[in-house]
Write a new protein. Structure first.
Length: 216
């Protein structure tokens, strides 16, 4: 079947508009994952085993189960317990929780890269542990892991089509709706692939630029 360029041009604005939902879902989910990952890594480093081990178990459970299953649980099971969220909020929450468990490991690597002498110096200066973490340790731990965090953001962006499974009208779902109207799938799916490719290439170029600047 030949590619219909006129049809492709007519549906491109709709797909570009839907891509804004995809971008919004990525940004909000990534922000939630950044905060959630930090909370989880601090929990896994807590001095109390009663906190440390449950957090570790939660992280391992989430990392070991598919994102799709987690989204289905949030979207279809939670309403049975009286918790009903919109598809977009459910998708953002699911992706944020899922990726926070991976980002927690990135934070852990960053924290462990900080020399122990920094903790000793903070103790010698009478810093509280929380103040030392915020003012001394994190500012040294985060810059080296920024490129890795950026790569996770790109991976999250490419995972957003899975939100179509819980009826989020993002880029992929919009393409499916358009394609089902005339049963023409080549043009919508091709454009979706090209849009994802273009955005991923731009994001990857930004990551490489960031890596270059941090390496100076």
């Amino acid at each position: 079947m030949p590619f219909d360029f006129d049809y492709a041009r007519s549906i491109l604005p709709l797909l570009l508009e839907a891509s804004l939902v995809t971008i919004a879902a990525t940004v909000v989910s990534f922000a939630a994952a950044l905060v959630g990952g930090l909370v989880l890594v601090l929990g896994m480093r807590a001095p109390f085993a009663g906190v440390r081990w449950p957090v570790w178990a939660i992280v391992q459970f989430i990392r070991s189960t598919p994102l799709l299953v987690q989204l289905y649980f949030l979207f279809f099971v939670l309403p049975g317990f009286g918790i009903s969220l919109s598809p977009f909020v459910t998708g953002v929450a699911g992706m944020g929780i899922h990726y926070s468990c991976y980002i927690a490991e990135v934070y852990r690597a960053g924290l462990e890269s900080v020399h122990k002498g920094q903790w000793e110096a903070a103790t010698a200066l009478n810093y509280r542990k929380s103040a030392a973490m915020v003012q001394i340790i994190l500012p040294q731990a985060i810059p080296p892991i920024i490129p890795v965090l950026a790569n996770y953001m790109i991976a999250m962006f490419k995972d957003t089509p899975i939100l179509a499974s819980i009826t989020v009208i993002e880029l992929m779902q919009t393409a499916n709706i358009i394609a089902s109207e005339k049963f023409l799938y080549v043009e919508p799916m091709t454009l979706v692939g090209l849009i994802f490719l273009a955005m991923s290439l731009v994001a990857s170029a930004c990551v490489r630029l960031l890596q270059g600047r941090l390496a100076r």
